[in-house]
Design a protein around this ligand. Structure first.
Ligand code: SF4
Ligand code: SF4
Length: 499
């Protein structure tokens, strides 16, 4: 007979075995799940079909789009008479000659200081706007958003509403599918081509380059840039869309550091909206909020988020959800602004401050950088003199016993007119200057040099001194334009003699 203790042990044993099996099974399951997760670190892309929303902010976005794209496409076509044989394109980035023409402003390599401050102004300007108004740049001015908007409009035109677009994607390879997709992709590629075309026109004379594209004689770099910009516009605005904003754009990641509770953001007023209630019969009877849980704000969102979940880094503050919710509020007879531009502090019934330390700090740096640019532009020279002393030979002893040093003089005329400059030397007694092929002198005996507009001219100069006292002496080359707008410049060098 089996004792109760033996029965208990058998029961316990079976239970232990069962428990072990159970734990092993759980562990295996967990390991499988973990291995599946570790195999894929990339969340697969879920296509978003945002609804095209009309409204106040949509109108502002259209205005912004027309202004930005209008400038971008038309600026290379504007002609600008600078006189002489200078380029007649209003905005031209002439990389081979290292000159940027922006209307009457010509930026030379010597103006690297100016470019540095322009970059500082762009970066700090972005920080300043972000601290004040959040990601307003992303929503209204970023080229990714602007082109995505345009591509979405084309998609909506050919394929219809989000539901129709989804249906079309689910029923592929039909006649309707082919015609609609072909029309959409054709227009997308045309926009991409116009984008790439406009871009390359900034780097060469637009009409000349256009003709060279037509006759096939355009340089390889121009073909490559055109192709590259066409494809990237097509892919980024047509397919990658919100993925660029969420995963590729570094600004999305660090812009949160410039936010504070007083920064303007798009937000859902939870106090007013909650508890949300979709049932019309219950709504109004009980203590329900203004949100009717219709999901219109989610349907229009280009990044596919729900603004009611709070502030999210994916939000580009495009305000489509504001327009959508305002339309819903009109339907149910409630005031606008359940989703609105506001600050977190205002949502907590505190007064949002405009002038905060970070806004003043960014504003101060911005102002300083703009002032530096103005000062640089106001005081920059219109001529640049550069002198290189020849080292082989260091000096030449002439038959009359005088010592000669040779120099290469480079004169850069930064004005739009041809200039005549008087070149003289100072600081060396009993010395005379002559310049190869330049025989004309002014009343003071200075040699006259002629330099065309926007040109750099090299000259060979000879300085002779009868003073043979040993060693080296300082010598200053002084250049003065005959026309006072041409400016003046000086360059200090040395005159070498035998020891
Ligand atoms: S659109 Fe307005 S009412 Fe509709 S779910 Fe969004 S917040 Fe609520
Ligand atoms: S949450 Fe609203 S503002 Fe933010 S991206 Fe979506 S639609 Fe635009």
């Amino acid at each position: 007979m089996v004792s109760s203790w033996e029965l208990f042990d058998t029961y316990k044993y079976q239970n232990v075995i069962g428990l072990e099996m159970f734990i092993v099974k759980r562990l295996k399951k967990k390991a499988k799940k973990m291995s599946e997760q570790s195999e894929s670190l990339y969340a697969s892309h879920i296509k978003i079909y945002p609804k095209y929303q009309q409204g106040f902010f949509r109108k502002i976005k259209w205005i912004s789009l027309f202004i930005l794209l209008g400038f971008y496409y038309l600026i290379p076509l504007i002609r600008w008479d600078r006189g002489g044989d200078l380029p007649t394109q209003a905005v031209l980035f002439d990389l081979p000659h290292r000159k940027f023409y922006i209307f009457d402003l010509v930026i030379w390599p010597q103006d690297i200081f100016l470019l540095t401050f322009l970059l500082i102004v762009s970066a700090v300007g972005l920080f300043f706007i972000t601290a004040l108004a959040g990601r307003v740049f992303c929503g209204y001015m970023c080229f990714q958003t602007v082109w995505t908007d345009l591509f979405l409009y084309v998609e909506n035109f050919f394929e219809g509403s989000p539901r129709q677009r989804r249906m079309l994607d689910e029923h592929k390879f039909t006649g309707k599918w082919f015609v609609r997709k072909a029309g959409k992709h054709f227009v997308w590629l045309l926009i991409g081509l116009a984008t790439g075309g406009a871009f390359v026109f900034y780097f060469a004379d637009a009409p000349t380059l256009f003709k060279s594209f037509l006759d096939g004689s355009a340089p390889y770099a121009a073909w490559f840039s055109l192709g590259f910009l066409t494809i990237t516009t097509y892919v980024f605005a047509g397919f990658a869309r919100e993925q660029v904003c969420i995963y590729m754009c570094p600004y999305a990641r660090f812009q949160g550091a410039m936010f504070d509770a007083d920064t303007l953001i798009v937000a859902y007023d939870e106090k007013r909206g909650e508890p949300r209630e979709s049932n019309k019969k219950i709504r109004g009877k009980e203590n329900s909020g203004d949100c009717i849980d219709c999901h219109e704000c989610v349907r229009v969102c280009p990044t596919g988020i729900d603004i009611r979940d709070g502030q999210q880094y994916q939000c580009i503050t495009c305000a489509a959800c504001i327009d959508a919710c305002d339309e819903v509020m009109d339907h149910i007879g409630k005031p606008h602004g359940l989703v609105r531009y506001t600050a977190l502090s205002a949502l907590e019934n505190k007064k949002a401050r405009l002038f905060r330390p970070r806004v003043l700090f960014y504003g101060g740096i911005l102002l300083l950088a703009v002032l530096m640019i103005i000062v640089h532009l106001a005081s920059r020279a219109s001529v640049d003199l550069n002198v290189i002393r020849h080292r082989k030979p260091v000096y030449i002893t002439q038959s009359d016993g005088s010592i000669q040093n040779n120099f290469t003089i480079r004169v850069l005329n930064m004005t739009a007119k041809p200039q005549v400059y008087a070149l003289g030397i100072e600081g060396l007694k009993n010395a005379e200057l002559s310049v190869a092929a330049m025989t004309q002198k002014d009343d003071d005996g200075n040699t006259l040099l002629i330099v065309g507009p926007g040109k750099v001219e090299p000259f060979t100069a000879y300085v002779r001194s009868k003073d043979r006292s040993g060693g080296q002496s300082a010598i200053t080359f002084a250049l003065t334009a005959q026309d006072e707008t041409g400016g003046q410049d000086r360059y200090e060098s040395v005159f070498m003699r035998p020891e």
